[in-house]
Write a protein that binds this ligand. Sequence first.
Ligand SMILES: Cc1cc2nc3c(=O)[nH]c(=O)nc-3n(C[C@H](O)[C@H](O)[C@H](O)COP(=O)(O)OP(=O)(O)OC[C@H]3O[C@@H](n4cnc5c(N)ncnc54)[C@H](O)[C@@H]3O)c2cc1C
Length: 430
Amino acid sequence: MSLWWELVERPTFSPESLDRKWDVLIVGAGFSGLWSAHHLLERNPDLKIAVVEKSTVGSGASGRNGGWASALYPVTEENLRKNFTAGAIDSLNLHLRGAIDEIEAFTKKNRIDCGFAKGGTLTVARNKGQLARMAKEINLNAEETASRIGMRNALGSHFTPDCAAINPAALVVGLAKFLQAKGVSIFENTTATISPDNCVSVNGRTVESKNVIRATEAYHANSRDQIPVYSLMIATDPLPHSVLALIGLNSRETFSDGSFSVNYAQRTSDNRLAIGGRGAPYAWGSRRNDATEMHRRIHHQLRELARDWFPVLADIPFPYSWGGAVAITRDWSPYVRWNNSYGELGGYAGDGVTLSYLTAATMADLVTGVATSRTQLPYVQWRSPAWEREPLRWIAINSAIALSSAADWEERRTHRSSLLMKALAPIIGK
Ligand SMILES: Cc1cc2nc3c(=O)[nH]c(=O)nc-3n(C[C@H](O)[C@H](O)[C@H](O)COP(=O)(O)OP(=O)(O)OC[C@H]3O[C@@H](n4cnc5c(N)ncnc54)[C@H](O)[C@@H]3O)c2cc1C
């Protein structure tokens, strides 16, 4: 069961019939779809907008994630530099940082209580191998790190102020309610089919709309454009003060350790720990599989990791465990594509909370035909190469997952940054 939905009242959204003419029809009621509606309305409040969601608002990744509203971008700076100028990369980073503050301003103005706290984020080096690899980024020594987080074996950390912790389900529901009040029609339990000529039909009937936006991200039908990779989470109940005193995170910094096996965590507004990580196997043919969301081994590993970070959690139960899929393109690049009357956005590779706000604003610029600094950003009209066909894809992705653990082991053992990962990086596009 997901912690976030336990803390949020889930309203139902069921407006009048879809049988009318829309200016914009958006498929998918996660952050991408809903922020697209928001930014479009900001530009033209008269637009008639429908959002069609096959399940319920936020039921995709938007209501299940780690709640990091960060300025992270999935493509490394080194890879960005191959295609974009330093100016374009600076502009991207500036927009991402600004988007965190815009989300905060939006939640404050509209009284959306999603526990927003911009405490920054810490990446903690826990062995000499990680410390060596992160040497250029480390800006807090062991003592300074310990003053923020009581993580065992912390040798130093990288801190950036550009991250906020939120309850993502509270934000996505608050946003949907806000949009409904502004006249956007949100249809839940309504599956749309987009045909090759970009017509949308529901239950076999074509819906009339001048423009269509696909905002289905990892919950899109299978294709070689992107793969779904599962990320899983666990959470505690509110922790006693004695435990919190040892863990720290008094500014609600989000945090991760410096390992290659991706992990991410936050202290929630009601003083729990919510911790996530990857490592669940990739399914043949990019199939999404609800069972992977509850992969026992990965949830167990996350509990072990939490207790390794903070031995004080030894006897603390983790009553919540859940998971969801993130969408990864072959070169890890997100995309916002617009062509006359059809658009699509996504491919955030697990960094979509802030990024979707920015890509949706860009989509609104493109739909309304306004050139802005956003419409010059690297993801605009970007098309990544297709993923390899099976069985190569299955072999490569599951090998990369296994090799990440092996590279972590190598750094623990050798006290040097991993040679294995250096060899692997160009192959996996990281
Ligand atoms: C466990 C986990 C942890 C994560 N942690 C973080 C984090 O801490 N920070 C961060 O920045 N990002 C994180 N992410 C990624 C982030 O959650 C996503 O990038 C972001 O939520 C994507 O938003 P979206 O609106 O594009 O997609 P989604 O929220 O997935 O929404 C897509 C929607 O489309 C609907 N849909 C699909 N097909 C159809 C159809 N045919 N008809 C109608 N509706 C359809 C789906 O039901 C779904 O609701 C995490 C993801 C997961 C799974």
